[in-house]
Design a protein around this ligand. Structure first.
Ligand code: UD1
Length: 372
């Protein structure tokens, strides 16, 4: 009998971290031919190759080279290029993760060809339709046959949207699988020391959402607040290329440097995780970081009015500080040592559960029926 083919589609930084353990766990089953497709949404050495390398990610079988552009361009080019791969390879399942443009485009291409889609990190909802990620999540879930969730609230969201409960599988958090696998190695790197910071005594900052960095007035307010924070606690700020470009154009980098906020280029996975492990507090607008901070037990302050990850508030270390950057200035580090949170099924084994569900879904007839 022909071995069924599973395509794993990734495009941007967070996809690599969520998908790496899934590819490995499916590989361990020895039941499927695996094909890894990298759309190229992220392409810089720092945003892609270095992270893939740290993760021991398999060399992608196809690289689509889609690159940056407007949402329409990025989604559209990915749709066209990924459809070509699907037509050539005729896979039996496409696995996507998260909520980036690559996630939606690959799901749509597969669904239109009648190829079942499995979505890892399904069901998260911020209920903020202005976020591109929220649109990507809702649409991807609607197109998916297998929906893998990491928290009970995600199951509830999907059920409330009318998705058949039999297609929803609460498996846990594959991003935390990766974190647990590499945590020791990351801690041992002590990257904070190379930046002149002391363990537990610095703030780690990441900000890249369009709502926080794309408007000049708002970014100026962010810079002002970070400079004030820096007067109280040393700040380390790995800067996403999107944020870097905006800061450069309004002189924000010099202002931050004068305020002793250490701005560095984006880091690889291990170096960044090392900084997370050593931080006294984290300030962010990233989704993944709210989860990683909770798993590590480091207090996390999220510059957003909402989160699609409420479990990081109810059972983790996350606090929403709202929309006003001025709130950053008042943050202080705690003197308590980190207390890692034991969120159910964030136990380092989520990807194995994903692989088992996939194997079962193929069942005796060796195919997944589509009903989406
Ligand atoms: C994307 C995701 C976001 C995720 C983030 C993680 C969408 C809609 N957004 O945002 O959910 O949190 O990835 O990092 O998919 N750029 C480079 N080099 C790169 C990639 C991007 O310089 O390798 C620059 C380009 O100027 C590009 C800009 O960053 O236009 C934005 O990149 P893009 O992939 O469109 O969105 P992100 O902000 O990275």
């Amino acid at each position: 009998m022909r071995m069924s083919t599973i395509v794993f589609a990734v495009g941007a930084r967070p996809n690599f971290v969520k998908m790496a353990p899934v590819i490995e766990a499916v590989g361990r089953l020895g039941l499927f031919r695996r094909l890894v497709v990298h759309t190229g949404q992220h392409y810089d050495e720092r945003m892609s190759a270095e992270i893939l390398d740290d993760l021991g990610f398999p060399e992608p079988d196809r690289f689509l080279g889609v690159g940056s552009g407007s949402h329409g361009e990025q989604t559209g080019f990915t749709l066209i290029a990924f459809e070509r791969v699907l037509l050539e390879e005729r896979p039996d399942l496409v696995v996507v993760s998260g909520d980036v443009n690559a996630t939606l485009a690959c799901s749509l291409a597969a669904s239109k060809l009648g190829i079942p889609v499995a979505h890892v990190e399904s069901g998260l909802r911020s209920r903020d339709w202005t976020m591109p990620e929220e649109q990507n999540r809702v649409l991807t879930d609607r197109l998916s046959e297998l929906l893998f969730t990491h928290s009970p609230d995600a199951d509830e969201n999907l059920l409330a949207e009318g998705i058949d409960g039999e297609r929803i599988h609460y498996v846990g958090n594959t991003m935390i699988d990766t974190l647990r696998r590499l945590e020791r190695e990351a801690r041992d790197r002590r990257v904070w020391a190379t930046l002149g910071a002391e363990q537990g005594k610095y703030a780690l900052v990441t900000l890249h959402r369009p709502s926080n960095v794309d408007h000049e007035g708002r970014l100026q307010a962010v810079v002002g607040a970070l400079a004030e924070l820096g007067a109280n606690v040393p700040v380390v700020f790995p800067v996403h290329p999107r944020t870097w470009a905006r800061l450069e154009s309004l002189g924000g980098l010099e202002r931050l440097q004068r305020a002793e906020v250490t701005c560095v280029e984006p880091l690889g996975y291990l170096d960044f995780l090392s900084l997370e492990c050593g931080a006294g507090l984290i300030v962010t607008d990233s989704g993944g970081l709210q989860e990683e901070a909770s798993a590590l037990g480091v207090p996390c302050y999220t510059l957003r009015p909402n989160t699609e990850r409420p479990i990081t508030i109810s059972q983790g270390t996350n606090t929403l500080i709202g929309d006003d950057p001025a709130a950053i200035a008042a943050l202080r580090r705690s003197n308590e040592p980190p207390a890692p949170c034991a969120i159910p099924l964030w136990d380092g084994h989520a990807a194995e559960r994903v692989a088992d569900v996939i194997a079962n879904a193929f069942g005796a007839v060796g195919a997944i029926a589509t009903s989406a």
